[in-house]
Design a protein around this ligand. Structure first.
Ligand SMILES: [Zn+2]
Length: 56
């Protein structure tokens, strides 16, 4: 499983996104950032976020 902590991306947030693939984590993270933080994820941000994804 791929895991991404929202706090690792720089938000003061306890949310954790887990999914089978990097693409799915990015999709969920983008939806979360938009909905919860009101932040649209740019391609540049998506690249940074992808580097924070951990294998668990
Ligand atoms: Zn968050």
């Amino acid at each position: 499983m791929k895991t991404l902590k929202c706090s690792d991306v720089g938000f003061d947030c306890a949310a954790v996104v887990t999914a089978e693939t990097v693409e799915e984590v990015l999709a969920q993270a983008a939806a979360h950032a938009q909905k919860v933080h009101g932040v649209p994820v740019t391609p540049e941000m998506a690249e940074e976020i992808a580097e924070k994804i951990q294998e668990k």
